[in-house]
Design a protein around this ligand. Structure first.
Ligand code: AMP
Length: 193
């Protein structure tokens, strides 16, 4: 699998509900990329009742970002000590410019520079629809309408500036995230070639 020319160290970037988790899971399944998602890691911590999980839980329920040092510590641990195999896809990280800076330092240290940032573009009205549907299916408390509004605002205010920061250092491509899952995935693979 390794060495087939695919770009292998990626960030999947986009607002909540843009399909990052779905596409990252497909890249994991079909391309063997490590799927690194702090949201999933935090939900596991919360379910296990760990100190970190308890600490993060009120931020998550309110749709706010968990403090940078907590997230960066968790990702540092994962990248330095977990497998990074033939490559990784970061889903939901970095979400602030401070996290992006820390990431670049970390990746320099483990000698795995980013190949690409892929942005999944979905208009806001579609995001709200998708998240309200997910709220019914997955019972994520942060998919409730009041919290969704907050998460989208946090994305615009704190996360979107990350793109400007990264685009000075790493190639960025935008793809349409509205199409059906399989079509988005096909387009995603195309930009990784
Ligand atoms: P997600 O599943 O990626 O939407 O993340 C769910 C929640 O976990 C977010 O709303 C935040 O409260 C928290 N979270 C996930 N990733 C980060 C991050 N990179 N920085 C800060 N908080 C995060």
């Amino acid at each position: 699998m390794e060495g087939n020319g695919l770009k292998r160290n990626l960030i999947l970037f986009g607002p909540p509900g843009s399909g990052k988790g779905t596409q990252a899971a497909l890249l994991n399944k079909h391309q063997g990329l490590e799927h690194i998602a702090p949201g999933d890691m935090l939900r596991e911590h919360r379910a296990a009742g760990s100190e970190l999980g308890n600490m993060a839980s009120s931020y998550m329920a309110a749709g706010k970002l968990v403090p940078d040092e907590v997230i960066v510590g968790m990702i540092r641990q994962r990248l330095e000590h977990g497998p990074v195999g033939s490559g990784f896809v970061l889903d939901g990280f970095p979400r602030t410019v401070a996290q992006a800076r820390a990431l670049q330092e970390l990746l320099a240290k483990i000698d795995r520079p980013l190949d690409l940032v892929v942005v999944l573009e979905v208009p806001t009205d579609q995001l709200v629809l998708r998240l309200s549907r997910r709220s019914g299916l997955e019972h994520r408390e942060d998919d409730h309408p009041e919290v969704v509004t907050r998460r989208l605002a946090v994305y615009r205010e704190q996360t979107e500036p990350v793109l400007a920061y990264l685009s000075d250092q790493v190639p960025v491509v935008k793809i349409d995230g509205i199409a059906p899952v399989a079509e988005v995935y096909a387009n995603l693979l195309r930009v990784l070639l």
